[in-house]
Ligand binder design. Structure first.
Ligand code: COA
Length: 301
């Protein structure tokens, strides 16, 4: 088993904080749960599968982290309401909401039914809004367990797909564009009115996740790897460290930002000409233009 990198942060930066994470039982959501817990937070996780939640809660508790799991689907408003209330009933307050639940599959646009498109928007975009909406009364300054000047924090997990365009991901790309928009609008409205900071993280290719396995078939994987600026995929740890930074006091003036954690992957372009070739080419062009300056014939001026 691979050794986990040590955290560069002090172990108490989230001491006393209560965090609710959707999709917190697996993948990136679980890693954020574990790292937030290791840095002092109490953790509530929400997900659709009871067995996944039970395993996650046991794993967190075995690390000495106060943890509880609530079954629920972010597409159902009554589930969102029940889980937010149950978290506060269990831990006494809510400081941080992390929206990490997401649905995904690869499909060509022409083969995706409108209901398939809607399903992913319902989970990622509407689900994120619903959770934020239900959590507001607890996160706002002066809410239960909070002082009159101390609002909570929301973190929305997004993606980089919609920065440009992505093959076979029209539904997720649209859904995550909406999530980034929620991040900015809530940061404006709820930052102003309630002292709640709202930020996002856009992870790129992160290894050992359901998303990576589902979205990167081996054939695609090899091609993508060739073009990554840092020559490797990220780890769930990388996303969790960015989340810690944004959630802690280090991020206290960051509001409405979606932080890209992808090693520069979304910027990648195939290199169509080598560095040596470009030197040659560039000098030749310069020399030619010095020898014979290009311009309009004087008769035409
Ligand atoms: N290709 C094309 N369409 C698909 C599909 C696929 N692989 N998977 C689901 N759909 C369509 C269905 O056909 C259906 O549309 P239709 O009624 O017009 O036929 C619609 O999506 C809903 O499907 P359903 O199976 O009823 O949805 P669900 O509520 O069980 O949820 C997902 C399905 C999308 C959420 C499923 O992929 C899932 O559970 N994923 C787990 C979460 C995950 O992948 N996380 C990783 C995040 S990166």
């Amino acid at each position: 088993m691979e050794m986990e990198s040590p955290s560069p942060f002090k172990g108490d930066i989230l001491k006393g904080k209560v965090v609710l994470l959707t999709g917190g039982g697996s993948g990136i959501g679980f890693e954020i749960s574990a790292q937030f817990g290791k840095h002092g937070a109490s953790i509530a996780i929400m997900g659709r599968r009871k067995n996944v939640l039970d395993d996650a809660v046991s794993a967190l508790r075995s690390l000495g982290i106060p943890a509880v799991g609530f079954v629920g689907d972010v597409r159902r408003r009554e589930d969102a309401q029940r889980v937010v209330d149950a978290t506060v009933k269990h831990f006494g307050k809510l400081d941080i909401l992390v929206n990490a639940a997401a649905g995904n599959f690869l499909v060509a646009a022409e083969d995706l039914s409108p209901n398939g498109f809607k399903t992913v928007l319902d989970i990622d975009s509407v689900g994120t809004f619903t959770m934020c909406h239900e959590a507001l009364k607890y996160l706002k300054k002066g809410g239960p367990g909070r002082s009159s000047s101390d609002g909570g924090f929301i973190l929305n997990i997004s993606a980089t797909l919609h920065f440009t365009a992505s093959w076979y991901q029209i539904h997720v790309s649209a859904a995550k564009a909406a999530v980034d928009s929620l991040t900015r609008n809530l940061a404006l409205e709820w930052g102003t009115d309630y002292d709640i900071r709202v930020n996002g993280i856009a992870p790129g290719p992160i290894g050992d996740t359901a998303g990576f396995r589902k979205l990167m078939p081996q054939e695609m994987n090899n091609k993508v790897m060739e073009d990554l600026p840092l020559d490797k995929v990220g780890e769930k740890w990388d996303v969790a460290m960015a989340a810690l930074y944004l959630a802690s006091d280090a991020g206290k003036f960051i509001n409405g930002t979606t932080l890209t954690v992808d090693g520069g992957a979304w910027l990648s372009r195939p290199r169509r000409i080598t560095k040596d070739a470009v030197k040659q080419f560039s000098r030749t062009v310069e020399q030619k233009s010095r020898a014979a300056p290009v311009g309009l014939p004087t008769s035409k001026l």
